[in-house]
Design a binder for this molecule. Sequence first.
Ligand code: HEM
Length: 133
Amino acid sequence: MKAIGVDEAFIAKLVETFYGRVLQHPKLGPVFDARLSGRWPEHMDRMKSFWSSVAFRSGAYGGKPVQAHHGVANMTPDLFPQWLSLFSETLEDVAPTPEAKDWFMATAERIAKSLTLSLFYNPALDDPTKKTG
Ligand code: HEM
């Protein structure tokens, strides 16, 4: 991580810049703010410790990301591509190296995919007995 320019200072800047932009975003902003109103400082701290746990395998986070997203009002699958493009634009602006951008982006895409599955996947849609044609 050090070799590709990633340190705690970069993670703090990434989280602050990204959630600053999330709040300005017409679709993402209201969904986040409705849930986090009055709790933004804690959310920012949690996201910094989340990313530093993932990047440095430090174990500092210890939360439950899937549970945290259950019951977020107005959470819809189409928000995920928007979250990912905003994250990508942010990395474009703040990442210290292209390798850092690629690593954060690949990690976010992987987590977004697993969150999407756990939040929206309905096994009944894959039931062969319900398939027509
Ligand atoms: C459309 C996409 C997303 C939305 C609307 C969303 C929304 C939220 C909200 C509202 C919270 C605060 C929950 C609470 O404290 O009550 C949260 C927490 C969190 N989100 Fe997301 N999120 C999205 C995508 C992602 C992605 C892609 C990641 C991972 C890269 C992620 C990682 C986390 C983590 C680690 C927490 C903290 C969980 C904890 O409390 O320990 N989220 N998210």
